[in-house]
Design a protein around this ligand. Structure first.
Ligand SMILES: Nc1nc2c(c(=O)[nH]1)N[C@H]1C(S)=C(S)[C@@H](COP(=O)(O)OP(=O)(O)OC[C@H]3O[C@@H](n4cnc5c(N)ncnc54)[C@H](O)[C@@H]3O)O[C@H]1N2
Ligand code: MOO
Ligand code: MG
Length: 398
């Protein structure tokens, strides 16, 4: 059986290929760039006054002059004025162009203006002070953000400042989240004694919301024929399908067979892990990707966090987030040769490291147990006794 590492690397070999689209910048927050952001001008584009005060010629100050006639005022949003008289000054506002023939700005706090004359009341003035020099941040034509960058707050500000009213980004992934099983009823229904309400698709939707995927919540009965018909059209309409349930050894576990008939090639089935051993993964010639997540809710969740979400991030060109490393608060035994994902709650120990409190619950159907959990600690398959204080990665979901 495949190890977690092998299965994960096979998943990453099948990234989603999304088309690019051009959209208004105001709608692009969180999207992934398909074109670089390039400086259309120097940053800043002119010598920018960075403090309200007066602009002078430094040479005048250096030669001992302390009183400067105020010859006018330069406001932000005006073209640069010229200081014609080098013994005078111009009042200047933050964000204004530095007036021509001036090279130094002194703050209002450091001067006194009386009857149109500014007196400099500090000893030390440095040439060029309080000026944000043109092109000191970036030069025209510099690449500011590369293809594959996610448009977070700084990227949106930079995109706006370089005039990207329309921006080329990856289209949002369209992912169908499909529960399967005759025992499952809608959230609005009152279940019969032999039924339960379906919950996995809500969980999956919440996981995928973090990357802005467009999701649809669907349900299919345990009927191979009906599944085949419906899944065929869903494969057409969506970039990827994420199914929950129907991948184990039961007589109504139809997902692998139906996928084969629909031409979705199995990449793997079963991973040496608990929960989530029956995980199924496949891809079609047309580049559609299918995750068959085991139906038990904790398995669905673990597989979504450990495989589906990183796969989507990688497909979008985003960095994979690294697990937290935490120390076990108490010993744990786990005999099977499987990677064990132990539900844990995290706290900070007195030495500043993460401490993981095991909350194993009653197994992979015990989704209520997850309410107290912060993540899954990944315990390696080669080991069966895990000591208090031993450190392992934790995939956190809070
Ligand atoms: N003989 C074997 N039996 C089982 C094995 C095995 O290896 N051999 N694996 C077990 C493991 S591990 C898991 S996990 C489950 C996976 O089962 P399936 O993926 O086939 O899922 P189902 O049979 O459809 O359902 C399992 C369980 O999960 C509940 N479920 C399913 N979907 C939802 C949903 N949307 N919301 C809430 N709960 C859901 C379902 O009612 C079942 O109780 O198989 C073991 N068996
Ligand atoms: O993945 Mo299963 O959930 O181990 O029961
Ligand atoms: Mg089953």
């Amino acid at each position: 059986m495949l190890s977690v590492t092998e299965a994960f690397s096979l998943v990453l070999k099948h990234p989603l290929v999304l088309p690019a689209e051009t959209i208004p910048l105001a709608q692009a927050a969180g999207r992934v760039l398909r074109e670089p952001l390039v400086a259309d001008r120097d940053l800043p584009p002119f010598d920018r006054v960075s403090m309200d005060g007066i602009a002078i010629r430094y040479q005048s100050f250096a030669s001992g002059q302390r009183h400067f006639r105020v010859a006018g005022a330069q406001f932000a949003g005006q073209p640069a004025q010229t200081l014609d008289d080098e013994t005078a000054c111009l009042e200047v506002m933050t964000g204004a162009m530095l007036p021509l023939e001036t090279d130094t700005v002194i703050r209002y706090e450091d001067i006194q203006i009386t009857e149109g004359v500014a007196e400099i009341r500090i000893e030390t003035v440095l040439p060029g002070q309080n000026i944000h020099q043109r092109a000191t941040d970036r030069k025209q034509n510099d690449e500011l953000a590369s293809v594959g960058t996610r448009l977070g707050p700084p990227e949106m500000a930079v995109a706006a400042s370089v005039g990207k009213a329309m921006v080329l980004v990856s289209r949002l992934p369209r992912i169908a989240l499909i529960s399967t099983g005759d025992e499952l009823v809608d959230v609005s229904e009152t279940p019969e004694p032999y039924q339960i309400r379906r919950s996995n698709t809500y969980l999956l939707q919440t996981v995928l919301q973090t990357v802005g995927a467009q999701t649809a919540l669907l349900h299919l009965p345990d009927d191979a024929g009906a599944m085949e018909t419906e899944l065929k059209s869903l494969l057409n309409d969506y970039d990827a399908l994420v199914l929950s349930g129907g991948v184990s050894a039961g007589k109504a576990d139809f997902v692998p067979g139906v996928m084969e008939r629909l031409g979705v090639r199995q990449v793997f089935h079963q991973v040496a892990q608990r929960p989530g051993k029956p995980l199924w993964f496949g891809a079609s010639e047309a580049g559609k990707v299918v995750f068959g997540l085991p139906g038990n809710p904790v398995s669905t969740f673990l597989c979504a966090y450990r495989y589906l979400l990183p796969w989507l991030n990688a497909s979008l060109g985003l960095r994979l987030s690294q697990p937290t490393v935490a120390r076990l608060s108490q010993p744990v035994m786990f005999q099977p040769r499987l990677t064990y994902y132990l539900p844990v709650s995290l706290s900070i120990s007195p030495d500043g490291s993460w401490l993981a409190e095991p909350l194993p619950g009653s197994g992979s159907a015990d989704y209520a147990n997850l309410l107290q959990c912060d993540g899954f600690m990944e315990l390696p398959s080669e080991q069966s006794a895990f000591k208090a204080g031993e450190a392992f990665p934790v995939y956190t979901f809070r």
